[in-house]
Design a protein around this ligand. Structure first.
Ligand SMILES: Cc1cc2nc3c(=O)[nH]c(=O)nc-3n(C[C@H](O)[C@H](O)[C@H](O)COP(=O)(O)O)c2cc1C
Length: 167
C-alpha cells in the first residue's frame, strides 16, 4: 500500500512522530515529505495520505503549512483517504489544543477528502480543540510536552487502526 506522509515541524516533534508511524507500518510503502521543501501539489499523486501538523502561536498552523495553506485550494482530494496527526500542548495551550489539525481537516474535507483515523479524546484534558468533532479527534493527538510516555503506544494503536481503514 503506497502512502504519502506530509508533515511540517518547527522543533522536530512532528518529524519524530512521522518516523515512528513509518516504523510501525512496515507493510506500507510510506514516502515522507517535509512541507518546508515539498510542493503540496505532490499530494495529488497519492490516494492515501497522512497529514502531520503541530499547532503553533496559539491556535495556528505550523509556519510551513501556514505559508502553503492556500495551495490546498487547487488540489482535488475526492476519492482520497486522509489520516491526520498533530502535536500540541494540552496544558499551556488548553484552549487551542491541536487546532491546526482541525483547520487542515476542515479544508481538505471541503476539497473532497475522506477523513480516516479518528481518535478518542479519552486520556486528554483540555478546554477547547478545533480538532475535536462530534466527540472525537479528527486524527491522532500527540502531546510530547506533557505525555511523552504515551506517544509510542498511541502511535502503535493508531497505525493499526489506519492500516485497516486505508484498505
Ligand atoms: C509559542 C508556542 C505556541 C504554541 N501554541 C500551541 C497551541 O495553540 N496549541 C497546541 O496544542 N500547542 C501549542 N504549542 C505546543 C507545540 O505544538 C508543541 O510543542 C509541539 O510538540 C511542537 O511540534 P514541533 O516540534 O513538530 O514543531 C505551542 C508552543 C509554543 C512554543
Amino acid at each position: 500500500m503506497k502512502i504519502g506522509l506530509f508533515y511540517g515541524t518547527t522543533s522536530a516533534a512532528t518529524q519524530e512522530v512521522a518516523s515512528l508511524i513509518q516504523d510501525n507500518m512496515p507493510d506500507c510503502e510510506i514516502e515522507i515529505f517535509d512541507v518546508y521543501e515539498e510542493d503540496l501539489g505532490k499530494m495529488s499523486e497519492f490516494d492515501r495520505i497522512i497529514v502531520g501538523c503541530p499547532t503553533w502561536d496559539i491556535g495556528l498552523l505550523q509556519e510551513d503549512w501556514r505559508s502553503k495553506f492556500g495551495d490546498l485550494d487547487s488540489i482535488d482530494f475526492s476519492g482520497k483517504k486522509i489520516a491526520y496527526f498533530g502535536c500540541g500542548d494540552q496544558s499551556i495551550y488548553s484552549s487551542s489544543f491541536l487546532d491546526a489539525l482541525g483547520i487542515l481537516e476542515e479544508k481538505i474535507s471541503e476539497k473532497g477528502g475522506t477523513t480516516i483515523g479518528h481518535w478518542s479524546t479519552e486520556g486528554y484534558g483540555y478546554d477547547f480543540s478545533k480538532a475535536e468533532k462530534e466527540g472525537q479527534f479528527v486524527g491522532l493527538a500527540i502531546d510530547n510536552d506533557n505525555q511523552p510516555e504515551l506517544t509510542e503506544e498511541r502511535v502503535v494503536a493508531w497505525c493499526e487502526k489506519i492500516s485497516e481503514e486505508f484498505k
